[in-house]
Design a protein around this ligand. Structure first.
Ligand code: CP
Length: 318
């Protein structure tokens, strides 16, 4: 079986193209397993610590569901106030304790580098489930897996990323994965207040990857093979008048999509508020709920690889 050369999953920058291609074969095998219920008894009795110090629906529940689909067990902290971190315990001490009671930790915490600090404190695997303004690497793995399934390729794609490119860390992580493939270009579509951060555009310049930045949804959507829409995150604004000024600026609807390629893939990390009109859901190109289903398979594959328990019989090709 393919094995990652990593103990922890902290950043999308750690992956190679070879890692991704092998990983997605395992995700596909997980999908087949869920659909055929071929789970081995050998996989029982592993425990995941599910440590969510910021709100989550999809990430927490898909990881916990992935564990249960693999017949493993979960212990969880779903709220900062229910953890001894709220009494002043250090992240490192807390991590050591969680690691005694479990075989792997999945952590979402508001501080940048909190996942890396946790990983350094323990010998068991740690998965970053979003560390403040930094990365959400497992979201990006399932985003790329979704692009592979929907577009049937990972090379020769224009990826348009729309709306809040400043605060949506998954868009940064996605860029750091997709540049690994051939002939990839990006269109960053956002108001100037929410532009892609300079660290990401500098990275693309350094790697000689083509990208455009624009406020014009309609002009740039026509080039896109993938349209990745994000939510305006009210909770990230210190000045709510700024949020009020920007909200409703971009709302994807069928009229705008008349300018798009007929085979465009429409994605969204969810949750959605109002940035994708409900009328879009009926299009076969609307992939966001299929994307949410893929979270399960990708997270099963990750847990399986990191816990490194047994060899699956064979891995079917995608
Ligand atoms: N996209 C995402 O991470 O969703 P949750 O915040 O619900 O986990």
């Amino acid at each position: 079986m393919y094995k990652f050369p990593y103990k922890d999953i902290i950043s999308t920058k750690q992956f190679t193209r070879n890692d991704l291609e092998n990983f997605f074969k395992i995700a596909k095998e997980m999908e087949n397993l869920v659909k055929t219920w071929e789970i081995s008894d050998l996989l029982k009795w592993k425990i995941m610590a599910s440590l969510f110090y910021e709100p989550s629906t999809r990430t927490r529940l898909s990881f916990e569901s992935a564990m249960m689909r693999l017949w493993w067990r979960v212990i969880s902290v779903a709220d900062w106030t229910n953890s001894s971190l709220s009494k002043g315990e250090s992240l490192e001490d807390n991590a050591k304790i969680n690691s005694i009671y479990s075989d792997i930790s999945v952590i979402r915490h508001p501080e940048v580098w909190s996942a890396e600090r946790t990983a350094k404190a323990v010998t068991k695997p740690v998965i970053n489930a979003w560390d403040g303004a930094n990365q959400h690497p497992t979201q990006s793995l399932l985003d790329v897996y979704t692009i592979l399934k929907e577009n049937k390729r990972l090379d020769n794609l224009n990826i348009a990323i729309v709306w809040d490119l400043k605060y949506w860390r998954t868009t940064h992580s996605l860029v750091y994965l997709m540049w690994l493939f051939d002939n990839i270009s990006f269109s960053f579509i956002s108001p100037k207040e929410l532009k892609m951060p300079e660290k990401v555009t500098s990275f693309l310049k350094e790697k000689n990857i083509s990208f455009t930045e624009t406020e014009n949804y309609i002009e740039w959507i026509k080039n896109a093979d993938v349209l990745y829409v994000t939510r305006l995150q009210k909770e990230r604004f210190t000045d709510l008048s700024e949020y009020e000024k920007l909200k409703n600026r971009f709302i994807l609807n069928l009229e705008i999509l008349k300018n798009a390629k007929t085979d465009i893939t429409i994605m969204h990390p969810l949750p959605r508020v109002n940035e994708v009109n409900l009328e879009v859901d009926k299009l076969p190109n609307a992939a966001f709920f299929r994307q949410a289903e893929n979270w399960l398979y990708v997270r099963m594959a990750l847990l399986h690889i990191l816990l490194n328990l047994s060899e699956w019989k064979s891995f079917s090709s995608l």
